[in-house]
Design a protein around this ligand. Structure first.
Ligand code: ASP
Length: 289
């Protein structure tokens, strides 16, 4: 298979079955947005941003508007992305006033001398780059407030978002965006904005976006581990499964991931109860909300 190929996910964990219809619609919109970039000859990096941005804007997902709330009842979001052609990385963490953290991460990738900005410094950079700062209250939904009030323990909510893509030039990219764990401590940063953990892309190896318990994922460099397995096993699905087996054995953690090989073969696996994903290639598309 050759490009373009686009895979998106809407998180691993426990997904509310009542949301299946609107999740499917949102995943389809995310695929459309990324696919439009890819079929116009655009870059994989811009396709993953376009797809992730749609999911950040949808309040069902734990990213952008609709992010899970911290222990203090506030929103703190993390996002990161990588260009498989140049190995350029951009990431942000603990941002409170940016509606689309993945767009800010792309600004960091292209226009900062650094690869990772956090908190107020990241927000100042957003302003400097002309991204609007929003009232953090506008990112909080009633549903997330109810979830938070129910005093659930710190846990993945199952709605983090991510994307991987292969473009017609043969370049790969990966992106991940999250509000993080429900009821997380203020200032907590998980795997999602950490290169090699929440995302990784390298043309010669593959591309991956992960979701699940960040404290476990980061310890085994899950995204890098999965792409590294691609050349050693028979299929991307097998590589994804083996990476998760290792995660479980070494940390007890649960997660899910989407994976693309350099030739556009797709792998998806999870060891949580549910995983939401969708993909599109020249052969067709699949939506698994
Ligand atoms: N990995 C994310 C984090 O730990 C959460 C998730 O994927 O649901 O912040």
């Amino acid at each position: 298979m050759t490009g373009p190929v686009l895979v998106v996910h809407g998180g691993a964990g426990r997904i509310n079955p009542q949301h299946a219809q609107p999740r499917a619609a949102a995943l389809a919109r995310a695929l459309d947005a990324g696919w439009a970039v890819l079929t116009a000859g655009g870059r994989a990096l811009d396709a993953v941003v376009a797809a992730v941005q749609v999911l950040e804007d949808d309040p069902l997902f734990n990213a952008g508007r609709g992010s899970s709330l911290t222990r203090a009842g506030t929103v703190e979001m993390d996002a990161g992305l990588m260009d498989g052609h140049t190995l350029a990385v951009g990431a942000v963490a603990a941002v409170r006033r940016v509606a689309n953290p993945i767009r800010l991460a792309r600004e960091v990738l292209h226009h900062s001398e650094h690869i990772f900005l956090v908190g107020p410094g990241a927000e100042a950079f957003a302003q400097h780059r002309g991204l609007p700062l929003v009232d953090p209250q506008t990112l909080i939904t009633e549903e997330r407030r109810r979830q938070w009030q129910a005093h659930q323990p710190t846990a993945p909510t199952g709605d983090t978002v991510g994307a991987v893509a292969l473009d017609v030039q043969g370049d790969l990219a990966a992106a991940t965006s999250t509000g993080g764990l429900l009821a997380k401590a203020l200032g907590r940063v998980g795997d999602s904005p950490l290169v090699g953990c929440g995302f990784y892309a390298e043309n010669a190896l593959g591309a991956c976006s992960t979701t699940g318990l960040g404290e476990a994922i980061a310890r085994v460099l899950l995204a890098f581990r999965a792409v590294s397995l691609l050349s050693q096993v028979s299929s991307p699905t097998e590589a994804a499964r083996q990476a998760l087996t290792l995660l479980k054995e070494r940390t007890g953690g649960e997660a899910g991931l989407i994976l693309l090989s350099p030739t556009g073969r797709i792998g998806v696996a999870w060891n949580t109860r549910d995983m939401s994903y969708a993909w599109r290639s020249q052969d067709g598309h699949v939506i698994h909300p």
